[in-house]
Write a new protein. Sequence first.
Length: 202
Amino acid sequence: MSASLSPSSATLGPVPLGTSAVAQLVATNEAGGPPVSARVTGDGFALLADVTVAPCESATVYVEYAASSEGEHRGTLELVEQGTSTVVASASLSGTTTASLSVGASSLDFGSVLVGATGVTTLSVTNSTGASLTLSPAAPFTVDPTQLPSTGIPQQLFVRFDPTAATAYSASLAIGSETVTLSGTGIEESDAEALAAAADAQ
């Protein structure tokens, strides 16, 4: 019998760790033999759906690449004859997965915030480490969300500063291997009024 896969190879990536990519190949089963089925071997590769191709037919095969570790991975897509499991066609698969962490700023300064009020700013983070990160800065700073999943796409963190006294504050926000310095000053309403008056006088 005669069967084929097109293209004869597929390369995926680089793909951020924790995400996936999909390749499309066309399986063709020419006349003269039984149906053929697709199967995949190799770490990180899998069929999105089972595929069986009858004689004189073609079908699209979707192969997902989602490796659990960074680096290069290789696999094979095969067409096997039903009943005998004989391999009648194959295509080579390769993929690259990368692990990275990108943080939009190394420091956040909230300036002067009234005691009892809240200062809020955003921070963009892209987590492609393959692991969820727990975020827990020291009071009076907080962050939402406190869990940062590995999605490989930018995510917005809302960082808040809630001063409880008229003093300067500083803390560190650990995000995986990165550290963001947080700072701000709590002021009383009388101090805010004095600052506003001084600004108006200029």
